[in-house]
Design a protein around this ligand. Structure first.
Ligand SMILES: Nc1nc2c(c(=O)[nH]1)N[C@H]1C(S)=C(S)[C@@H](COP(=O)(O)O)O[C@H]1N2
Ligand SMILES: [Mo]
Length: 161
């Protein structure tokens, strides 16, 4: 069976792929993300544990997160998410369900609103396929206003106030 994994690539020393087992083997695990992000379920790992493995190069400024089907991307300043980003990959012993954005999903702690700047809830990319470290801002398909009635928002199934 094919193993689902996240590719971490771009402006880094050592690009790599992380599947469930590789993510579970990293330090800085979060047993229950509900303690950090109220109302959300699952277990994950701090983004910085992945970054420490791949080693962003000096010119890296942004982290560009791509959904595995290529339908959605968000590019956020690396410095702003380095200590706030989480990759959620499990619900108990199983992969995070697709209905919750799995099998791997990004979350930024302390961010609840949409379209409030470079770091917002729209950057909580679901069905994560690639984490691309970039020098300069990368591809970003996030809605630019909270009320923008785009298909992306409808697909997110999320109320934009
Ligand atoms: N793959 C993917 N991830 C996505 C989106 C999307 O359309 N596709 N929408 C984003 C937006 S605009 C928001 S506000 C949040 C909503 O997440 P929620 O439905 O878990 O609240 O998911 C983000 N992640
Ligand atoms: Mo959003």
């Amino acid at each position: 069976m094919e193993t689902t994994s996240i590719q971490v690539e771009g402006t880094v020393h050592t690009p790599g792929a992380f599947d469930f087992a590789a993510l579970a083997a990293l330090p800085e695990q979060i047993a229950d993300i509900g303690r950090l992000i109220p109302g959300r379920q699952g277990g994950g790992v701090w983004l910085r544990a992945l970054l420490d493995v791949v080693g962003p190069l000096a010119q890296a400024t942004h982290l560009t997160l791509h959904a595995s089907d290529g339908s959605f991307s968000a590019s956020v300043p690396l410095a702003a998410v380095r200590d706030r980003g989480i990759v959620v990959y499990r619900l108990g012993d199983d992969p995070l369900p697709v209905a919750q954005g799995g099998p791997m999903r990004f979350y930024i702690t302390g961010v609840e609103a949409c379209a409030v700047g470079e770091v917002d809830a729209c950057a909580n990319v679901k069905c994560l396929g690639v984490l691309q470290v970039t020098g300069g801002r990368g591809v970003d398909t996030r809605p630019s206003t909270a009320r923008e009635p785009t298909a992306l928002h409808e697909r997110a199934g999320h109320e934009h106030l």
